[in-house]
Structures are given as C-alpha cells and as structure tokens.
Design a protein around this ligand. Structure first.
Ligand code: ZN
Length: 437
C-alpha cells in the first residue's frame, strides 16, 4: 500500500495547482460600506447574482475548489449574517452571503495577487451625518468620509443565456404512443428542434438540445449534459397519455420533493421516470446530487424560480389553446432534479387523444407550441434578468396605447410585436405586458 502514496500525492498536487482556492477572506468597513476581499491562490472566473426573501448575494467561483480550512472574518456589526460556501459542482465553488438587508453591490476582480473584491453599500445610511453632530468648538479632527474608489471597467461582454431543451425519451424508449401509431419521442424531438430555432433567433440566447436525434439518454445524463453546458434553464418536452382518450390539453410541471400534487401527477411521474428502466439503467444511484449541501444552498431558490418559469410557460400555452390544468402541477420527476437550474417539464398535449395526436404531428401546431414556450422563456428572463446577459425589453400597456403606437415607439413592426406576443388581433388590454422584440 505505502508504495502508492507518492503517486497519489503527486496527483493531488497537480490538480490543486490548476484550480484556485480561497486562501483568506478580509473585511473592512466604514459606516455605509462593507468591503470583502477574497484572496485566491490562482486565477478564477466569477459569476455574481442576488436572491431576495431572504436577501442573499451568491458568488459562483469557477475553477475553484472548496478550501480545506478557511477562517472567516467577524461579522458582528456588519450587514452580513453569515458566509457559507459549498461545491456547486466539481469545478465551481458557490459562496453565499446571507445579508441582513438589500445592499448595493459592486465587484471587481484583481490579479497579482488574485483576489475578488466585493463592495456592499447600504444606501439608507448617509455618510455626511458624522460631521453634523461634531461640535465646532471642540478641536476634533474630523475624519474625512471614507471614499471608496470605484474603478470603472469597460462594460464586460454580455454572455448568452443558455436554455437546455430536453426532448423526452428516444432510441429504444418511444415514450407514449398514440392510437394511430405516433410516438412521443418523435413529436417531442420535432417540437424541441423548433423551440431551439426560436431560442437561437433571440438576441442573447442560445439553445442546447440534450438530444438532437433518435437516441436514448438516461434521465441523469440529461441533467448532467445541461449542467455541463451551463444551462440557465432546463425545459423538458413530453406528450402525455392517459387511459381516458378524452383527456386533452397541455400541462406544466415542476419538481416536488414532497410528492406529487395529485395522484395523476404521481402516475405520470412514475411513467416518465420509468424511461431509465427502459434503457436498462436503474434509478438506484439516485440522490447523490440531492443529498449534498447544495440542496440547502440553492434548491429552495431554484424551486421558486422553476415555479415562475412554469407559470410563464403555462400562460404562453394558455394563449395557443387548450391547457389540461390551469395550475402548474408538481411531481417527483427525476429529470427535473437539478438543484441549481430552474427546471420545468411540459406535457405539450395528450397523444392518447386522437385529435391531439393529429395536431402534434402538424408542423403549424408544433410551431405554435414552440412559440408559446418561447414567450414563457422570454417573459421569465425579463422578470428575472441575469447580470451580464441581455434582458428582453417589455412594455406595460396603459390607457390610450395602440399597437401601432407601441411599434413606432420601439422601432419594430406590428407584425413583430404580434408574433412576439402571440397576439391574434391588435386589441390590447390595459396592464398587458408586451415583450418588445
Ligand atoms: Zn414523456
């Protein structure tokens, strides 16, 4: 045994020399400003975003490993409750600052030595107060208010929002079957491809298809692929089947950890999940992802996000026709178990209903479904912009607005406005939210 040790040691060394790790965290403070400096051993890329209720600042450090030992600064009398960190995946370390209140955030990365500087600014505190209360007669040296140099960088290049589109089933797993022989795997792939085209046509968005041909992929593999491509959203496309051939309409689901929201949803979850058994892979290895501390860090946030995606997608689908249920359902779908990517599963229609089976095969209906999902995706990112990406514009209809006026104002055509918002007529309602192409 001992003769293997040096080899092991070498391996560990070579890995750690590539990845960065946090060597220390420093904190300095003036009345309204708190500066945190993360000293890093090596070059690391970072991605920063905030979450509300409770207020959190999340920093994803790419190419960074979890530090073995890290002493954190004293946080009493700071606007920070706690600093937590955990591996988000093999190469990304997620640091979460639990904040006592919403703060303005500024960040900059400095090299030589590598460090990430985060400035938190409390806008409710005025820095001028100190001078006012100082009596003039006393010879007290008034400290000039701390000035924080804000280094302005050229605006960083915007990255694309990645939408992972997952066509259900494939290969030896045909999915549900229609009475006239239509296979779920075939129609959902066609819809997925149409949606991918729309996503790619959107400025600042890029689609990633977990499969683009008729092959079998395990459910876990689908999640893995989406994560590997840094997906910001995961959308799994299916077509429902039910014993009752009259059942019709689209439904949208999010993951439920507590169990399905209805018996029908449970039945559906069992059916969709059994896809892995069809491929000869059991689900017994499950929950290695979920058991980790990541869950605590981000699952609540992403479940909320998933629910919001689901609702925007569902309202898009409502506009093109039948929905099976007016509310988003929840069920324990394996394919949705990615703790940090907002994920939804769309059952586009009931393939077991002969009239819907026919529709699912028609390219015009496939396009309609894709457009409806696209408007849901767009709507979601409009309400939840990701820093460093392009946010789609929106216009809220107020009294007196007409479609042509809005088109003129944003320099787009009425046709573009209509197709972008799935509008069949030029009629507008006060309070409607229009997405500007
Ligand atoms: Zn399916």
């Amino acid at each position: 045994m001992p003769r293997f040790l040096p080899i092991l040691l070498l391996l560990t060394l070579s890995i750690s020399s590539m990845a960065a790790t946090i060597e220390g965290v420093r904190l300095s403070q003036s009345s309204a400003n708190t500066r945190l400096v993360f000293d890093l051993s090596n070059q690391a890329n970072f991605h920063l975003f905030t979450l509300q209720n409770p207020e959190r600042l999340v920093i994803d450090l790419k190419n960074t490993q979890r530090p073995k030992l890290l002493s954190l600064p004293d946080l009493s009398n700071t606007p920070i409750h706690t600093i937590r960190y955990a591996e988000r995946n093999k190469s990304t370390l997620r640091v979460v600052l639990d904040l006592k209140k919403a703060l303005q955030t500024n960040s900059q990365y400095l090299a030589q030595p590598h460090r990430l500087v985060i400035d938190l600014h409390d806008t409710s505190i005025s820095t001028a107060k100190v001078e006012k209360v100082t009596p003039v007669t006393e010879k007290i040296k008034v400290q000039p208010p701390l000035t924080i140099k804000i280094v302005t960088h050229p605006p960083p290049e915007k990255r694309n929002i990645i939408i992972a589109i997952d066509a259900g089933h494939g290969g030896q797993d045909p999915g549900a079957l229609g009475k006239n022989g239509t296979k779920e795997k075939t129609v959902v792939l066609a819809i997925a491809k149409r949606l991918a085209k729309l996503v790619d046509a959107e400025p600042g968005m890029k689609a990633y298809l977990t499969r683009d041909n008729d092959t079998f992929i395990s459910l876990r593999q689908r999640i893995k692929r989406a994560r590997k491509h840094n997906a910001d959203m995961f959308l799994s496309i299916h077509a429902d089947a039910f014993k009752n051939s009259k059942a019709k309409g689209a439904s949208v689901f999010v993951l439920s950890e507590r169990g399905a929201s209805s018996e029908a949803a449970q039945w559906l979850a069992d059916k969709e999940n059994s896809a892995d058994l069809a491929g000869g892979i059991s689900l017994e290895d499950k929950d290695d992802l979920l058991a980790s501390v990541l869950l605590d860090l981000s699952q609540t946030a992403s479940l909320e996000a998933s629910l919001e995606v689901a609702n925007t997608v569902l309202s898009g689908l409502k506009r093109v026709g039948n929905v099976h249920k007016k509310q988003v359902g929840s069920a324990a779908f394996v394919v949705l178990k990615s703790p940090d990517i907002p994920s939804v599963l769309v059952e586009t229609a009931f393939i077991s209903n002969p009239s819907e089976e026919r529709k699912l095969k028609s390219s015009s209906h496939q396009n309609k479904l894709a457009r409806a999902m696209m408007s849901g995706i767009r709507n979601y990112f409009q309400r939840n912009p990701i820093p460093g990406t392009i946010t789609p514009q929106q216009h809220i209809v107020s009294s007196g607005d007409t479609l042509s006026m809005i088109a003129q104002r944003y320099q787009v055509t009425m046709m573009q406005l209509k197709s972008n918002n799935n509008l069949s007529s030029s009629k507008l309602k006060i309070g409607d939210v229009l997405l500007i192409p």
